[in-house]
Design a protein around this ligand. Sequence first.
Ligand SMILES: NC(=O)c1ccc[n+]([C@@H]2O[C@H](COP(=O)([O-])OP(=O)(O)OC[C@H]3O[C@@H](n4cnc5c(N)ncnc54)[C@H](OP(=O)(O)O)[C@@H]3O)[C@@H](O)[C@H]2O)c1
Length: 163
Amino acid sequence: MLSLIVAYDKNKSIGQENTIPWRIKSDMLRVKELTTNQTIIMGRKTLDSIGRALPNRINRVLTRDENSLNHYSNIEVYTDDSILENIETEKAYIFGGGTVYSKYLHKCDEMFITEVDTVVEADTKFPEFDENDWDLISREEFSKDENNKFNFVFMHYKRKRKE
Ligand SMILES: NC(=O)c1ccc[n+]([C@@H]2O[C@H](COP(=O)([O-])OP(=O)(O)OC[C@H]3O[C@@H](n4cnc5c(N)ncnc54)[C@H](OP(=O)(O)O)[C@@H]3O)[C@@H](O)[C@H]2O)c1
């Protein structure tokens, strides 16, 4: 099963100057809960923005220059689509950023999306997708509070099966 996880704003913006332009603690906990003990698949810039491998997950990273990642530990480096092969965990999550979402969205079976109720300045967006291709499995709305600066919605989509 190939999954995808993302948080975007009302314009599907996901990043600015290699950071995520909000802090939603509930989203961070959701990411942790879903991806722990699974495989996450990210672009080199997303790894750089996090600054280290995330613990208790298999961290696979896509780059064209594998030697540039020598200073990281606990990552698996790939330079091509073999990054999607021989996954040993139950799930693998496409983890971003924009380039990697665009590259692999069409291969994903499900998406876990957090829509943050704001509009930020951004240089990176999630690719457009046709909602008709997906079944909305669940949608939960949450109000802002001391840990979450904005209202937000958790959505779980599964790709519609072809007849
Ligand atoms: N809101 C969210 O949920 C979320 C999640 C993740 C990331 N983000 C944000 O997204 C932004 C980063 O996204 P991005 O699109 O700039 O970068 P990215 O997708 O994280 O990484 C791009 C890099 O991946 C490598 N790559 C891409 N395509 C490749 C291919 N076909 N073959 C080999 N390597 C390839 C290249 O690395 P090299 O340059 O090393 O060759 C490329 O520079 C940041 O702002 C980050 O904070 C947001």
